[in-house]
Design a protein around this ligand. Structure first.
Ligand code: SAM
Length: 286
């Protein structure tokens, strides 16, 4: 690589509130040779607001594969470019993956300018656990794919984050009510950082009723977050079967300890199951 190689900057832009563009993002957009924009009109609004006059070209999902090679050639020859999407962080449910992966393969410097991202903003204010989360992108529009994703989410122990649009939000909450029942808390972040920002919290059926009651609540952009599934409650039959196997080998206390460790349950519960009488009136430890 020659010493004049440029840089590909991946620049996060506001998700609804123009004031959320960072000073460094503005500096980078001002200083590069070219801005690659998902939608030139949308990015034009942002650039005009900050009086940034850098040339802008369209770079979106329909032309990104075709254009990437030539743009990276220009960067390799010394131009610097900034990749932006309509809102938030590029590549997060937005174009840019072919460009960035090819840039990395070619040894071109790729530098992020961190900033707004709907999923992180929503999660940070959700009140749901954030120590582990899974981002699934957009809920699939077709019912079959959507149902199988939600069935998978029903077993997911981490918080799940999804993007959804206004015209499908009620259908998605219906599917969640069917698969997740009432025992999983859902938080919806709507229109984050905008005038009508709202957060709704409850089980899927309650949230559906709440949104249906007022069509304004169905407008705008949504992040849906689903509380992770609790640890699986092992069936009593499985615990009793293990206690039966351990019974001839060790004391009741030791068997309870092993079963408690194996199933991740309190020792007292394992002990009580060993003592409990079955339908023939017999206990394991009789
Ligand atoms: N790259 C963006 C990011 O960093 O979040 C996401 C782009 S994706 C095409 C657009 C989706 O993100 C919307 O349909 C919505 O689900 C979510 N989203 C974007 N802005 C939002 C906002 N202000 N409030 C809630 N959700 C938003």
């Amino acid at each position: 690589m020659n010493s004049k190689t440029g840089v590909l900057h991946v620049v996060a832009t506001p998700i609804g509130n123009l004031a959320d563009l960072s000073p460094r993002a503005a500096d980078v957009l001002r200083s590069v040779d070219l801005v690659l924009a998902e939608d030139t009109r949308q990015t034009g609004i942002l650039l005009r607001h900050y009086d940034i006059r850098t040339p802008v070209i369209a770079f979106h999902e329909h032309n990104e594969r075709k254009q990437s090679g030539a743009l990276l050639d220009r960067i390799a020859r010394g131009e610097s470019m900034a990749l932006v999407s309509d809102a938030g962080t590029p590549l997060i449910s937005d174009p840019g993956y072919p460009l960035v992966s090819e840039a990395r393969e070619r040894g071109i410097t790729v530098s992020p300018v961190p900033g707004p991202c709907a999923l992180v903003a929503a999660l940070s204010a959700s009140g749901l656990p954030t120590d582990r989360f899974v981002f699934e992108g957009f809920v699939p529009p077709k019912a079959g794919a959507r149902d199988s994703l939600i069935a998978q989410i029903s077993r997911e122990p981490a918080t799940v984050v999804l993007y959804e649009s206004s015209h499908r939000i009620l259908n998605t909450l219906d599917a969640m009510a069917a698969h997740l029942g009432a025992d999983r808390t859902i938080v919806i972040g709507r229109e984050i950082s905008k005038r009508f920002e709202s957060f709704y919290r409850g089980d899927a059926a309650t949230l559906r009723a709440h949104l249906e009651a007022d069509s304004d609540r169905q407008r705008g952009e949504f992040v849906i977050m689903v509380e992770g599934a609790g640890p699986r409650d092992p069936a009593e039959d499985e615990i009793r079967r293990l206690l039966e196997l351990l019974q001839p080998e060790m004391s009741h206390g030791a068997a309870s300890r092993v079963a408690a460790e194996w199933f991740g349950i309190p020792r007292k519960r394992a002990y009580a199951l060993g003592l409990a009488r079955d339908r023939n009136g017999r206990s394991i430890w009789e």
